[in-house]
Write a protein that binds this ligand. Structure first.
Ligand SMILES: [Zn+2]
Length: 404
C-alpha cells in the first residue's frame, strides 16, 4: 500500500520536473511500459526499457538453466518481475534487484537449454536492451560464455580450502561475524509488508553495536541492501578469522504455526519437513540470484572439511544451547523446539562454530510485531550478547584444558 503510494508520488514528481533534471539522474530507471517478454516462433525475446544506457553483460548458467544479465545499477523501483512473465513458458521465473554495490542483476530461470541468439542495447530515441534466446539440444548449451570477459566485474571468489585458524582462548578479543540473511536481488521472506532482508540487517547493526560495547570485534557479511552469495558469506567469515559465525534470519513458514526464536546448528539433514523446505528455499534463493554452483564438490577439500568439522561441531552445538538458554533466560518467546539441526549452507564452515538464528517468523503476526518492536530488539540483542560471552568463556576454558 505504502509502496504503491510512493510510486504514484514518484510518477507525479517526475512529470512535474523539467526533462533536463531527469537526464541528470545518475541511475538508469527500468521502464515497465517499454518492457516485455514475448515468444516469436522458436525464439523468446526479452525487451527491457531503460531511462538511459548502461554497461551490461549477458551469460547462461546450467543446473538449473538460467540467463543472467548484469547491469550497471538499474533502479527497478517497486516493479515486480512477475509482471513480465506469462508471455512465454520458456521462462519459468524471473528476479531482479541489487547484486553488489553499483551493480544490478536480472536472472531468468529457463525451462531448458538455450543459445543466446543476440543481445543488443538500442539507444536510438530510448534505451532498450533486447535479448533473443532459442532452444538448443543439451550438447549445444554453452554456459558461462561471456561471464569472465571483463575486469569490470568484481564477482565473488570461490571458497578456499580452510586455513589453519587458532582457536580462541580468551587471550584476545573475540571475532564475531554477523551474517544478516538475504539482501539485494534476494529480499527473503515477505509478509504483512515486512521484508526479512531489511529486518535482519537492522537487527544485525544493533547487535553489532552491542557486541562491540562488550569488547568484541565484529565483521558483517553485508552492511547494505546488497546480494551476497551463501558461499561468499562463509568465505567472509574465514577471511575475518572469525571465532564464531551468527547468521540472522526471520523467515516465513507456510505450514503449521511456527513462532518464536529458533537456533539452528549444522546437521546432515533437517529434522522436519518445514525446516527442510526452509533450507531448500535458501539454496534456491541463491540459484535464483544467479550463483553458479558448478565446479563445487572437490573430493580432497571434502576430506579436510570433514576432519575439521569433527572438532568444531560440538562447539557449535554448545553455542546453540547457550544462546537458546540466554534468550529464554531473558524471558523472550522461543519456538517449541528452540534448538534444531539443519543443513543450511552458511553453517558449513568446517572450522568456525556457526549457528543460524531465526529471530522469529515473519509468517506469525505476533513474531512480526516483536521483530519490529525496538524494545524487543534491544532485549534480543542484549540476550544474544550475554549468550556469546557465556559461550566464549567456557569455550576458552576448554581450549586451555585441551592444550595442557
Ligand atoms: Zn532467511
Amino acid at each position: 500500500m505504502f509502496g504503491r503510494l510512493l510510486l504514484l508520488l514518484a510518477t507525479f514528481v517526475s512529470l512535474a520536473l523539467p526533462l533536463r533534471a531527469q537526464d541528470l539522474s545518475a541511475l538508469a530507471r527500468y521502464e515497465p511500459d517499454r518492457s516485455a517478454i514475448t515468444q516469436q516462433g522458436r525464439q523468446t525475446e526479452i525487451t527491457l526499457g531503460l531511462s538511459q544506457p548502461v554497461i551490461y553483460r549477458v551469460f547462461l548458467l546450467a543446473a538449473p538453466y538460467r540467463l543472467v544479465v548484469d547491469f550497471r545499477e538499474v533502479n527497478f523501483g517497486t516493479n515486480a518481475p512477475r509482471d513480465l512473465l506469462g508471455g512465454t513458458d520458456a521462462i519459468t521465473n524471473l528476479r531482479w534487484g541489487a547484486f553488489r554495490p553499483g551493480w544490478s542483476r536480472m536472472v531468468a530461470q529457463l525451462n531448458g537449454p538455450v543459445r543466446l541468439v543476440s543481445s543488443e542495447e538500442r539507444t536510438d530515441d530510448a534505451t532498450e536492451i533486447r535479448i533473443k534466446l532459442e532452444p538448443v539440444p543439451v550438447e549445444k548449451f554453452a554456459p558461462r560464455k561471456g561471464a569472465a570477459d571483463s575486469a569490470l566485474w568484481d564477482l565473488p571468489q570461490p571458497a578456499q580450502v580452510p586455513n589453519a585458524h587458532r582457536r580462541q582462548d580468551g587471550s584476545r578479543p573475540l571475532v564475531v561475524v554477523l551474517d544478516p540473511g538475504h539482501g539485494g536481488i534476494d529480499p527473503g521472506a515477505e509478509d504483512g509488508g515486512a521484508h526479512e532482508a531489511d529486518i535482519v540487517l537492522g537487527f544485525a547493526r544493533q547487535l553489532r553495536d552491542q557486541l562491540r560495547r562488550a569488547g568484541m570485534t565484529v565483521v558483517m557479511t553485508r552492511d547494505q541492501d546488497v546480494f551476497v552469495p551463501l558461499e561468499t558469506r562463509v568465505t567472509v567469515a574465514r577471511a575475518a578469522g572469525a571465532d564464531l559465525f551468527l547468521s540472522l534470519h526471520a523467515d516465513s513458514i507456510a505450514e503449521g504455526q511456527a513462532s518464536g526464536s529458533t537456533i539452528y546448528r549444522l546437521a546432515d539433514h533437517a529434522e522436519d519437513e518445514a525446516t527442510r523446505k526452509l533450507v531448500a528455499r535458501h539454496d534456491r534463493d541463491d540459484i535464483l540470484a544467479g550463483v553458479d554452483l558448478d565446479g563445487q564438490g572437490d573430493q580432497v577439500a571434502h576430506v579436510l572439511v570433514d576432519l575439521a568439522r569433527r572438532e568444531t561441531q560440538p562447539r557449535s552445538v554448545r553455542l546453540s544451547q547457550v544462546l537458546a538458554g540466554a534468550i529464554k533466560g531473558a524471558g523472550l518467546h522461543m519456538h517449541k523446539h528452540p534448538v534444531q539441526g539443519a543443513d543450511f549452507s552458511v553453517l558449513k564452515s568446517p572450522d568456525i562454530p556457526s549457528v543460524l538464528i531465526e529471530l522469529g517468523f515473519l509468517s506469525s503476526p505476533a513474531d512480526r510485531k516483536r521483530l519490529q518492536d525496538p524494545d524487543w530488539r534491544a532485549r534480543m540483542a542484549e540476550a544474544i550478547t550475554r549468550g556469546v560471552e557465556t559461550w566464549a568463556q567456557s569455550d576458552a576454558a576448554e581450549a586451555k584444558l585441551l592444550r595442557q
